[in-house]
Ligand binder design. Sequence first.
Ligand code: SF4
Length: 366
Amino acid sequence: MKFIDEYRDAVAVRRFARAIARITTREWALMEICGGQTHAIVKYGVDELLPPQIELLHGPGCPVCVTPVELIDKAIEIAARPNVIFTSFGDMLRVPGTSGDLLSAKARGGEVRIVYSPLDALKLAQANPDREVVFFAVGFETTAPANAMAVFQAAQQGVTNFSILVSHVLVPPAIEAILGAPGNRVQGFLAAGHVCAVVGYEEYYPLAEKYHVPFVVTGFEPLDILQGVYMVVRQLESGRAEVENQYVRCVQREGNRAAQELVRAVFEVVPRKWRGIGEIPYSGLGLRAPYAAFDAELRFDLGDYHAEESADCISGEVLQGKQKPFECPAFGTLCTPEHPLGATMDSSEGACAAYYRYRRREVAHG
Ligand code: SF4
C-alpha cells in the first residue's frame, strides 16, 4: 500500500538501524511523545533494533491516559442524568473513574453512545431537540480543530441542546514539565508528527534552546521512527540541540493555519490536571466565554470533584518515562486490558496496553 509498505521495508529498516549503530558512541535516552509511536515501537520491535546505548522512554502523549479521574467521574454523572445522550469515542468507555466507567453507567441505564466525530454528536442533537446531547471532547492539539468546529457550527446554527465536556491538553507544556522535573533523563525528543501537522513546530525552538535538547518531528511507521532516532542521535553526538522535521510528507513548520485560527476562536489556554502527573500550568484548552453555553461542566452545574487514583497504579511514572510498564507490580496480574487499574492499560494508545499486547513475556520473566 502506497505510503505504508515503503515505510515498513525490512531492508531499509535494517540499513537505518546499522546507520544509527555506526554514529552512536555513548548512552542516550530519547523520548517519543505519542502513544501511537509507542505502539509502533513495541509492535515492530524498533527498540530492539537499536544499539544497547540508546533507550527509548515513552511519553505522556496518550489523551485517554491523561484524562483525570475527576473528568471521568463527571462524565459518568452526566451520562446518568435523565434526558441526556452522552457521546464519546469508544476508547473512553472503559477508562476507570472512582467507581466504574462509562460502560457501567450505560449498563445502569444511562444513554451512552459511541460516535466517530463530534459533528456526529452535533447531528444527534439536531435530530433529538428534546434531549441534551453531550460530547466528551478529549485529546491533544490533533482533535481540537474538529471539536472547535462542532461548537462553532452549533453556535452558528442556534443548536441549544448540544454541549461538550472538555479535556483538551497541549504537548509543549507537558514536555517542559518533563524537562524541568528533578531527575529528568530525557536528552532528545521525537515530537509527534500528527500534532505538528496541526500546530506546526515553531513552539519547539524555545524549548530546544532553553533546555539544550534536540527535537525531531517524527512519523509513525517503523522507518519514520528509526529515521527520527537517527536524526536525534546525530544531533546529540555533534552537540547540537535543534528542531528538525523527519515527517516532511505531512508536516510544515507553520502547521495548518486555518485549523489553528478556528481553535483559537473557540478555545483559550487554561491550566489542566493530567492523570497520574498533576496540574500543569497553561497545558490545556477550555471554551472561551462567548461559547460558555456549550460547556457541559457549566450546563450541568457539576461543581468541584476530587478523586484519588488507584494506589496500585504507577501510570504517572510510566507516562513520564520514569518506569516501564513491566516494572509495575500490577502489570499483567492485577491489571490487564480486561480489568485495567489505570488508563495506560485501558487505552488502545497506552504504553501498558502496548507492552501487554506485544511483550507479555516480560511479565513472566520479571
Ligand atoms: S500496569 Fe496497570 S496498574 Fe500498572 S501502571 Fe499500567 S495501568 Fe497502572
